[in-house]
Design a protein around this ligand. Structure first.
Ligand code: PMP
Length: 396
């Protein structure tokens, strides 16, 4: 069978690949701790589950409008006003089967062959691959722990060319945990004001997991709002990864374009999920707050454990639930059997010798680092880092 050339243009997500390798090792009888996936280990709050059960019993079992039921799009507008002081109308909102699909919708609606998409490193694995699917060109801006893993206005200005179509970033950032302040966003906004043809994709899926204060959206700058696409979803803040609900807020031209694409791909997301999402978005936020508090405790403990590992240098995450230490001090070291050359080798070494799955930094555009999630129980975090420390001690 001859498969399409499209498949050669992009990679499968390294995060899912590592999780799969971890499961294979577990199937052989090993106790594998999964720190590779970006998934809260909490149950979905009860009031949201109740709303889904009610939706089933009320027979919300038919196709919904492609962009989502009107009450859901209104609920998204209510949330954006309540949390972000952003005014949108339902016609600006397209709901989808997850922020991942919303990102795909936006990229496919905007990027033509040869168009450039500027992305600060480290970035979420899917960003670059979606651009490749659309035949666009990824232009990376390299950031580092020293600059707080944030792109500066000068870097963004230098990366922009006549072909730049999109700038995309996440704040809080997966994988670095960087959170852009209002002043930092204002700095970037100044650059975008000079380049009116650039659309800004702002992935805010980790909004509720923020250790430094108020979440700021680049859509707050009124003169830019029309060309910002706010991307968000329920996976992280409400522990609803499997329910599949994401959304965009954008201008209506782009909203209609994304709806058109989605109409051919999925016809929109699950009707039951949509009804539960109305309750999640407009209901009690205390469970989300409690989860965020627990992530704060785990972050603090994870950093203590990482700082105890010789050679690991870790930026203190300001949001999301990942630690992204610089592990390059181990490159060139060996346990007598294999030599660690890069972040991929080190992640495989940790998986095979400590039975902890993690994800190589190369997948995020940052070759010196490895990503470890702290969306795991405190006991598993303790055990994982004990095993990692022991395994790394064998590398000389
Ligand atoms: N953006 C980022 C930065 C993410 O980390 C993830 C999930 N890992 C997503 C988007 C996709 O989330 P969803 O489950 O809503 O598709």
């Amino acid at each position: 069978m001859q498969l399409s050339s499209l498949l050669d243009r992009f990679n499968e997500p390294e995060t899912l690949k590592m999780a799969k390798l971890g499961r294979e090792l577990a199937a052989q009888g090993h106790n594998v701790i999964n720190l590779s996936l970006g998934e809260p280990d909490f149950d979905t709050p009860q009031h949201i589950k109740d709303a889904a059960i009610k939706a089933i019993n009320d027979n919300w079992s038919h196709y919904s409008p492609v962009a989502g039921y009107m009450d859901l799009r209104e609920a998204v507008c209510t949330k954006l006003l309540r949390d972000n002081n952003l005014e949108y109308k339902p016609e600006h909102i397209v709901t989808s089967t997850g922020a991942k699909q919303s990102l795909a919708n936006a990229i496919l609606a905007l990027v033509d062959e040869g168009d450039e998409v500027v992305i600060p490193t480290p970035y979420w694995v899917t960003y670059s691959e979606l651009v490749k699917i659309a035949r666009g060109k990824v232009v990376e801006i390299r950031t580092s722990a020293e600059s707080g893993f944030k792109a500066t206005p000068a870097q963004v200005e230098a990366a922009i060319t006549g072909k730049t179509k999109v700038f995309m970033f996440s704040s809080p950032c997966n994988p670095s945990g960087a959170v852009y302040s209002k002043a930092e966003l204002e700095g970037l906004a100044e650059v975008f004001r000079k380049h009116p043809n650039i659309t800004i994709l702002a992935d805010e899926i980790y909004e509720y997991i923020n250790f430094v204060g108020k979440h700021e959206s680049i859509a707050q700058f009124a003169d830019l709002k029309d060309r910002v696409v706010v991307i968000n979803g329920l996976s992280k803040g409400f522990a609803m990864t499997g329910w599949r609900l994401g959304y965009t807020a954008s201008n209506t031209t782009l909203a209609k374009a994304m709806e058109k694409l989605q109409g051919q791909f999925t016809s929109g997301t699950c009707s039951i999920t949509q009804k539960a999402a109305v309750v999640a978005l407009t209901g009690d936020l205390r469970p989300s707050k409690e989860m965020a508090d627990e992530f704060t405790r785990r972050k603090i403990r994870t950093l203590e454990l990482i700082n105890d590992i010789p050679g690991f240098k870790c930026f203190a995450p300001e949001g999301a639930f990942y630690a992204f230490p610089d592990v390059s001090a181990y490159y060139g070291k060996s346990d007598g059997k294999e030599t660690i050359q890069n972040s991929g080798d080190l992640s495989m070494y940790i998986l095979n010798n400590a039975h902890v799955s993690c994800v190589m930094g190369d997948a995020f555009g940052e070759p010196n680092c490895v990503r470890f999630s702290f969306a795991a129980s405190m006991d598993n975090i303790e055990l994982a880092w004990k095993r990692i420390k022991e395994a790394l001690a064998k590398l000389k």
